[in-house]
Design a protein around this ligand. Structure first.
Ligand code: DC
Length: 220
């Protein structure tokens, strides 16, 4: 069972993926953390992003799933640079392989896997059993992000500006831009509580599970 969750920053992907991973016993990968791990390495090596792409690609080859567990990946500076290095096609090719290997490894003792990101349903796992796409207005997403980092109302405007810039980059890049897969279930989370979003996502997974179960017993 492969489940994908895509959507822009602050749409609730992380919380929903965590909830679904627990509810259905799924092995989880937050794929944004791979890009963030690379961005952190780029910052630490003081690489000039506009002139030293080769060095970034070399660093991408050293990114591992374990690197996603390190401290310091949540900073907005890292998130922003993650979205910039994510434009480089060779970087994506390298990190895509890690994500596909994760998705297709035997998940035992888990029931399956869940991956969240920007291009999981469209590029990484187009064959996924259930694809969910989360959206929300940019105002609400900025407000949630500001609350998450404990920012004051004064920070809201700045966060909103940075988030909109990041969205534009993620949506407009040439390779694997953020978009909903044709067969994804889209949930607009703007006016929903996190509990409502989680139960709606779980409902979609249950539907897919029942459909798969019925079709395999019909064929049996
Ligand atoms: O999900 P996140 O905010 O941690 O992601 C950080 C950046 O990484 C995001 O702005 C774009 C990039 N990213 C990507 O290009 N493809 C993914 N599957 C996940 C993240």
């Amino acid at each position: 069972m492969i489940i994908t969750i895509d959507g822009p920053a602050g749409a609730g992907k992380g919380t929903v993926a965590q909830f679904l991973a627990q509810k259905y016993n799924l092995k989880k990968l937050d794929t944004g953390m791979l890009y963030r791990a690379l961005a952190k390495a780029v910052l630490e090596a003081q690489i000039d992003v506009s002139t030293q792409q080769e060095k970034i690609i070399q660093l991408a080859q050293q990114v591992t799933i374990d690197a996603t567990e390190q401290e310091g990946l949540r900073k907005e500076e890292v998130a922003n640079l993650a979205s910039i290095v994510a434009i480089i096609p060779d970087v994506r090719t390298i990190l895509n392989q890690i994500q596909r290997d994760f998705a297709h490894a035997n998940p035992h003792p888990y029931w399956g896997v869940i991956l969240d990101g920007r291009d999981i349903g469209t590029v990484i796992c187009p064959e996924a059993d259930c694809k969910i796409f989360l959206t929300a207005s940019s105002e609400v997403r900025a407000m949630r992000r500001n609350q998450q980092i404990g920012g004051t109302p004064h920070h809201h405007h700045e966060i909103s500006k940075i988030m909109i810039e990041r969205d534009m980059r993620d949506q407009n890049r040439r390779v694997a831009p953020l978009s909903a897969a044709e067969n994804a279930y889209t949930i607009d989370t703007t006016y929903l509580t996190i509990n409502e979003v989680c139960s709606r996502a779980a409902y979609y997974i249950d539907q897919v599970y029942l459909k798969n179960k019925n079709s395999s017993s019909i064929g049996a």
